[in-house]
Design a protein around this ligand. Structure first.
Ligand code: FES
Ligand SMILES: [Fe+2]
Length: 441
């Protein structure tokens, strides 16, 4: 339980707030590149700021304040020019740095434009996503996480807008017991009502033990379920929560981008690495993973939508002053501690974790994950998406299914697989951690 003030401190993301200042130290996706290909000028909202993202005719990206500084018309209706974005109302032109480079309606000898600028933020493209940085200069490097830079993969991105604060989504990654209940017992109940049975992720097993370790990128979550042991990867390797807005599930990143205090844009960034050659992708396809179906209901047969339902129903900003946390919430409590430590660091004028400034450390940031592509079974189900139900929304569903089949046949024939990327294993040792035993023995 937190006081209302403590809850505000870790959830408010707008300019001038403590959490807003912390989150502004990180690059965040502001759109998928494929969305810009569809519409080269897009209104976006990030960390409570209304902005316009554009790609000009020479391909340069820009992210500027939504209102035109002249008379406040939305630059959402702007015209991409050879260099910059032109306001539709009186033709003022702004470059990617926010400088006003033309004011065609002003007298020919006016120098007014040299004294006008709009706010602009740096943007960069990587692996099908457009990232923005809204923080203080100098901007850090855009992190090159492994799933963004691996070769021999097929990627696709499902986007969902959620009517809730980003922290509700993040806390879910530190909450192993929900897998047993929401994605187990509840999922079976839903299918049972239709007279169907379904294989649920943990196959009905109870959690025996959880453990959470702070590590250089954020937190590692580990668990042992009934019938498993300390030798199993899910304990030995664990899965990562990358500070501050990403969770890695298998070869998927779930990126929870705060639009504002009460909305989150969720990117389900799925990477399939079947271990056999894959067709090249000119662009990473993007699709809507709907929160609600046409009938206004959740499609709760989709695993991720079960999570979406829970996060959204906690309210726009969960009332952490009213919650009753048990021992099984140690991961959530521990994560809040980490968040508060990083808030304190920024308030002291220090840099928070997971900010990159050394190019040598940013060639390929490898993260531990239990669903390592070293293991053939996971290589095939790499995307996990069909079991989880969300693959049906993807425009490359057929490609993913046929690659999966092809890879399975290849393995069955004893064919060699492409060398797998190296994934780190962080030994448990003396890292800062919390652990809980749930069942005797
Ligand atoms: S309002 Fe934009 S140029 Fe006048
Ligand atoms: Fe979940």
């Amino acid at each position: 339980m937190l006081t209302p003030q403590e809850n505000e401190r870790i959830t408010r993301v707008g300019p001038g707030t403590p959490m807003g200042a912390l989150l502004r130290r990180y690059w965040m996706p502001v759109a998928a590149a494929a969305e810009l290909a569809e519409t080269p000028v897009r209104k976006v909202r990030l960390l409570g700021e209304d902005l316009v993202l554009f790609r000009d005719r020479s391909g340069v990206l820009g992210l500027i304040d939504e209102p035109c500084p002249h008379r406040r018309v939305s630059m959402e209706y702007g015209i991409p020019e050879e260099s910059g974005l032109r306001c539709p109302y009186h033709g003022w032109l702004f470059d990617h740095a926010g400088r006003c480079t033309e004011q065609p309606a002003e007298p020919w000898n006016s120098t007014f434009k040299d004294r006008v600028a709009t706010r602009a933020y740096p943007v960069q493209e990587l692996a099908g996503l457009v990232f923005a940085y809204l923080g203080p200069q100098p901007a850090p490097l855009l992190p090159r996480y492994d799933l963004f830079v691996w070769d021999d993969v097929v990627r696709h991105i499902g986007i969902t807008e959620l009517p809730c604060n980003y922290l509700q989504c993040m806390e879910n990654g530190l909450d192993p017991s929900h897998a047993e209940w929401l994605h187990g017992y509840y999922m079976r109940y839903i299918y049972g009502r239709k007279g169907e049975t379904i294989a649920v992720p943990m196959d009905g097993a109870r959690h025996h033990r959880f453990r959470f370790d702070v590590f250089e990128h954020g937190m590692i979550t580990r668990r042992i379920v009934e019938g498993a042991s300390e030798e199993d990867d899910i304990w030995r390797i664990g899965a990562s929560v990358v500070f501050p807005i990403t969770r890695r599930v298998g070869t998927t990143f779930q990126i929870r981008v705060p639009i504002d205090d009460t909305h989150t844009r969720h990117y389900n960034y799925v990477v399939m690495r079947p271990g056999i050659p894959v067709p090249p992708q000119d662009a990473v396809p993007v699709y809507e993973l709907p929160l609600l179906e046409q009938d206004g209901k959740y499609n709760i047969e989709v695993l991720l939508v079960q999570d979406f339902m829970c996060w959204s129903s906690q309210g726009p900003i969960a009332r952490r002053d009213l919650e009753r946390l048990g021992q099984s919430d140690i991961g959530i409590i521990f994560y809040r501690e980490l968040v508060r430590e990083q808030l304190d660091r920024v308030e002291r004028g220090e840099e928070p974790i997971e900010v990159y400034r050394d190019p040598d450390k940013n060639t390929c940031i490898a993260l531990p994950d239990v669903n390592s592509p070293r293991r053939p079974a996971q290589m095939i189900t790499g995307s996990q998406s069909s079991a989880a139900g969300d693959l049906k929304y993807s425009p490359i569903r057929d490609l993913v299914l046929s690659l999966r089949e092809e890879a399975a046949e290849h393995i069955a024939r004893g064919g060699p697989l492409l060398p797998a990327p190296e994934l780190p294993v962080y030994p448990m040792g003396d890292s800062r951690h919390r652990e809980l035993q749930l069942l005797p023995g």
